[in-house]
Write a protein that binds this ligand. Structure first.
Ligand SMILES: Nc1ncnc2c1ncn2[C@@H]1O[C@H](COP(=O)(O)OP(=O)(O)O)[C@@H](O)[C@H]1O
Ligand SMILES: CC(=O)N[C@@H](CCC(=O)OP(=O)(O)O)C(=O)O
Length: 286
């Protein structure tokens, strides 16, 4: 890309109000498995998060890894299926989920941020008892070891923030008897954003945002519109937990929740440092 010093200076000045507004604020970013499939996007994500930390924000990364779990289950010959956007998780599947999310995916993100000059620390919900979980009930199916967040103990995140580290959280929860739960990463991000009283919750996925039945991007959605869109079948599958956690987060006091397209280069910087925004803003009832 051609370097234009005047343009570079202009971009920095334009970013100044955003740096001031978000200084010292927590921004929870859910990095979806579908948004991390290309190396150049992974690298850009790592730089974006590192830059946020460098200018004084507290980014907290929660990652998914659905496609990566799926690929490993396939290699191992374990069949898998989803109900309402949740992977039905038996004991064998849980073992693979924990290995893939807590192992390879988590460490790749940590390593990427460290390579970009940040200081990332990888955790699962077991570390520091961060995520207490209980079984997630579904009206039509037994989801096995799928969990929902029962309680968040944010102490370890606060320590990391204060130490200038960037927490990178894999969505594994711990039950009352120490058993592991597979929690949808969107739900973990929403619960963390609510507990940490985050300024923003940003969910990065592989669609432009929430689309209506004509396939048009909804740049803003009111809480009151969502129930009708679900009833009409306009919002389904993997978008259901995203919408739910955005609604829960704004109801709990998070200022703004965004569903953005992780395939757009530097989508995070565009969302945070420009007025343009990329994707759907979920607004609360207030
Ligand atoms: N109204 C909608 N707008 C956009 N995507 C939707 C909508 N309803 C359902 N979806 C589905 O939700 C998917 C995103 O969820 P998911 O695949 O779980 O993403 P991620 O892996 O990033 O968490 C989209 O690819 C699309 O198939
Ligand atoms: C219960 C449940 O479905 N858990 C998810 C956890 C990973 C995740 O949420 O990954 P994405 O964000 O990439 O979809 C799963 O097993 O795929």
């Amino acid at each position: 890309m051609d370097k234009n010093p005047q343009l570079q200076a202009h971009v920095l000045v334009e970013a100044l109000p955003y740096m001031q507004r978000f200084h010292g604020r927590t921004i929870v970013i859910k990095y979806g498995g579908n948004a991390m499939t290309e190396a150049h996007l992974q690298e850009q994500f790592a730089y974006d998060v590192t830059l946020m930390k460098q200018v004084g924000m507290n980014p907290v990364v929660v990652h998914g890894g659905g496609p990566q779990i799926g690929a490993m289950l396939e290699r191992l010959g374990v069949e898998t299926r989803f109900v309402d956007g949740m992977r039905v998780t038996d004991a064998a599947t849980m073992e693979v989920v924990e290995m893939v999310l807590g192992g390879r995916v988590n460490k790749e993100i940590v390593q990427g941020i460290n390579r970009a000059g940040g200081r990332a620390v990888g955790l699962t919900g077991k570390d520091g008892a961060l995520l207490r979980a209980r079984p997630l009930r579904n009206a039509v199916a037994d989801l096995g070891m799928v969990g929902e967040v029962a309680a968040v103990n944010p102490e370890v995140i606060r320590w990391l923030d204060q130490g200038d580290f960037i927490p990178v959280v894999a969505p594994i929860g711990v039950g009352a008897r120490g058993e592991s739960y597979n929690i949808n990463a969107d739900l973990v991000a929403g619960a963390l954003a609510a507990t940490l009283k985050a300024e923003k919750l940003i969910l990065m996925t592989n669609v432009a945002g929430v689309l209506d039945k004509e396939g048009t991007l909804r740049t803003r959605l009111e809480a009151s519109e969502v129930a009708q869109m679900i009833a009409d079948g306009q919002i389904y599958g993997g978008m259901l937990p995203k919408i739910q956690c955005c609604l829960d987060a704004v109801a709990a006091g998070v200022q703004a929740a965004h569903i953005i397209d992780g395939r757009v280069p530097h989508a995070l910087l565009l969302e945070i440092f420009t007025d343009a925004g990329v994707g759907t803003l979920i607004a609360g009832c207030r």
